[in-house]
Design a protein around this ligand. Structure first.
Ligand SMILES: Nc1nc2c(c(=O)[nH]1)N[C@H]1C(S)=C(S)[C@@H](COP(=O)(O)O)O[C@H]1N2
Ligand SMILES: [Mo]
Length: 251
């Protein structure tokens, strides 16, 4: 099964993946989105066959942990808001939860530690072609969703990040409610038994066990429950998705 998955993924990546290699700007060229558009339809169909909602990402042992977890994308957010939080070692940090929930609220890292936590050793795969295995500890997103109460109209969870990409566009990502409630979907505050380093997304980042690197939003400032992401960013559900990447980035 793994071989078949790998083969199918390679086949898909052969058309789409190589074009987007590097989390770079290649997909902004005129031909990028066109080719990606076709490959995305294929990806969704193949993915539906490969990924039952309960499938778990492979978990590894302590011995498999990579000596360094290569940081990528933003490694030091330069916004005044983030710089102020960092200067105080994130003691004033609060995750905001907004949108289609019964009880919107703000949560410190200590508040999040009181909800159901999980530790998992999983592999991170970036479309640039590198991987790293890390031990993540965090709050299960499902526990936070239960705590705030999800409106039945909500379909997606959007993660708004504290770093800006080009032209002051904030990084953001999203997953559907099914993925949000998966047991391996964490709001991680520790990497390899230490508080998350700034370069890897301090103080809080998403870990989605079954999807590619760019889904793993770092520097999460707020979470918004929505029924559509049409009005967020350019409407494709994520910063890189707005540049042509696939929204469902299954591994
Ligand atoms: N906020 C934010 N999250 C982000 C990124 C980013 O630039 N900003 N880059 C993404 C990409 S492309 C990858 S591969 C991973 C890198 O995570 P790491 O720095 O812990 O290796 O974060 C993802 N999440
Ligand atoms: Mo990436």
């Amino acid at each position: 099964m793994t071989d078949r998955r790998t083969f199918l993924r390679m086949a898909i990546m052969g058309t789409a993946g190589l074009l987007v290699a590097g989390c770079d700007k290649i997909s902004q060229s005129s031909w990028g989105p066109k080719v990606l558009g076709k490959a995305q339809g294929l990806n969704r169909r193949v993915q539906a066959l490969l990924s039952p909602s309960s499938a778990m990402a492979k978990e590894y042992t302590e011995a498999d942990i990579s000596p360094t977890f290569h940081p990528n994308g933003t490694t030091m957010p330069d916004t005044p808001e983030y710089q102020a939080l960092m200067a105080n070692n994130f003691r004033d940090y609060k995750l905001k939860v907004t949108g289609l929930v019964t009880k919107p609220g703000e949560f410190s890292i200590d508040d999040l530690k009181k909800l159901d936590n999980r530790t998992q050793i999983t592999r991170h795969d970036c479309v640039e072609g590198w991987s790293a295995i890390g031990k993540w500890q965090g709050t299960q997103l499902s526990a936070l969703l239960d705590h705030v109460g999800v409106d039945p109209k909500a379909r997606f969870v959007v993660f708004h990040c504290l770093d800006n990409m080009d032209e002051d566009t904030p990084y953001y990502e999203s997953v559907d409610i099914r993925e949000a409630r998966h047991p391996q979907t964490l709001l991680a505050f520790d990497l390899n038994d230490k508080p998350l380093p700034v370069s890897n997304g301090a103080p809080l980042r998403l870990r989605v066990g079954r999807q590619l690197g760019y889904k793993q939003a770092k520097y999460i400032g707020s979470i918004e429950l929505v029924d559509t992401f049409a009005k967020i960013g350019s409407g494709n559900g994520g910063y890189w998705e707005d540049q042509g990447y696939e929204w469902y980035a299954g591994i």
